[in-house]
Design a protein around this ligand. Structure first.
Ligand SMILES: [Zn+2]
Length: 312
């Protein structure tokens, strides 16, 4: 029996390899492309651009940390059966590196969000992050996410040329919503005095946000949540809060609040009162109950939390 199964496995694999990257046949609502996405931001984007021509399975739900997420056997099986795998790249999904290579060898097509950007648009990692070549948190630049949207539309159009117009229309509609989001962000940030535009969070997810919207961003841990913040980091950052009269810091939905709580304590011991001003979504969207289950809602929720925390 094992042999038969093995043979079937080999046959279906070679079939897949033969079909890989070729045009998809008659994709429609009744015969959608089976897309597997790693993070919830990417799943959201694939659903928006692919519309009714895709069914999207997301591997990481609300609160899941992609730096640390280990793909399960069932994830690998799901990816093996995919028509398209959508992932961030830039080592965000650090523990998927070998699986991505395997899928590539099997001929399963993929779309990598970071491919939409050139190197000059990417930010360097902070010191001590030698395992990362670039900062992977590209979704927090609205401009970058626009470039990613167009890239996704192009890749879907290449796979399924009959529906190119449909994917491009979906992307165009979404690009105007991203534009409205940018206006919303800029308007709300106006409420924060310039000298108060500091965003202190659990890890360095918000550098692209800082660059695009002129905020100084300080993450207690590095870009990768697997590096622990030392007591020296907490102590230095507590001094920084005192020196710059920063009264609000933020926790993140996909990172333990422990270090931020230690930071608040360290500031307090210096006679400086700092508030935990709320939870930001960094590397995962929120749930439907939290009304943060899409990229647009997630970003608005973050901006409201940041501005309400800093604007007083
Ligand atoms: Zn991160």
């Amino acid at each position: 029996m094992k042999w038969v199964r093995g043979l079937v496995g080999v046959l279906s694999l070679s079939l897949m390899a033969a079909c890989g990257n070729e045009q998809a046949d008659d994709v429609s609502e009744d015969n959608p492309l089976n897309v597997v996405a790693t993070t919830s931001m990417i799943a959201d984007l694939m659903e928006i651009v692919g519309g009714e021509n895709v069914t999207v399975s997301g591997l990481m739900g609300p609160g899941v940390d992609p730096h640390d997420y280990q793909p399960s056997t069932s994830d690998v099986n799901t990816m093996t059966e995919a028509d398209l795998i959508a992932y961030n790249g830039l080592m965000l999904e650090e523990r998927f590196v070998e699986v991505f290579e395997q899928m590539d060898q099997r001929g399963v097509p993929s779309v990598i969000m970071a491919d939409a950007l050139n190197e000059t648009e990417l930010l360097d990692p902070e010191e001590g992050e030698e395992d990362l070549e670039y900062d992977p948190h590209i979704w927090f630049s609205v401009s970058h996410w626009e470039a990613v949207t167009s890239h996704v539309a192009d890749v879907l159009s290449e796979m399924d040329p009959d529906n190119e117009g449909y994917y491009q229309d979906n992307a165009d509609t979404y690009l105007s919503e991203l534009d409205e989001l940018r206006t919303y962000i800029e308007e709300r940030i106006e409420e924060v005095p310039e000298q108060s535009r500091y965003l202190v969070t659990a890890h360095d997810a918000f550098q692209y946000f800082g660059e695009e919207f002129d905020f100084e961003v300080i993450g207690l841990q590095g870009l990768n949540t697997q590096t622990e913040a030392g007591t020296g980091d907490i102590s230095n950052l507590a001094d920084f809060l005192v020196d710059n009269e920063i009264n609000a810091v933020f926790v993140e939905s996909s990172v333990s609040p422990r270090n931020i709580e230690a930071l608040i304590e360290a500031a307090r011991s210096r006679g400086h009162d700092v508030e935990n001003a709320g939870e930001l979504y960094s590397d995962a969207l929120g749930s439907a109950e939290e009304d943060a289950d899409t990229y647009l809602k997630m970003y608005r929720s973050n901006i409201d939390t940041i501005v309400d925390g800093l604007a007083n």
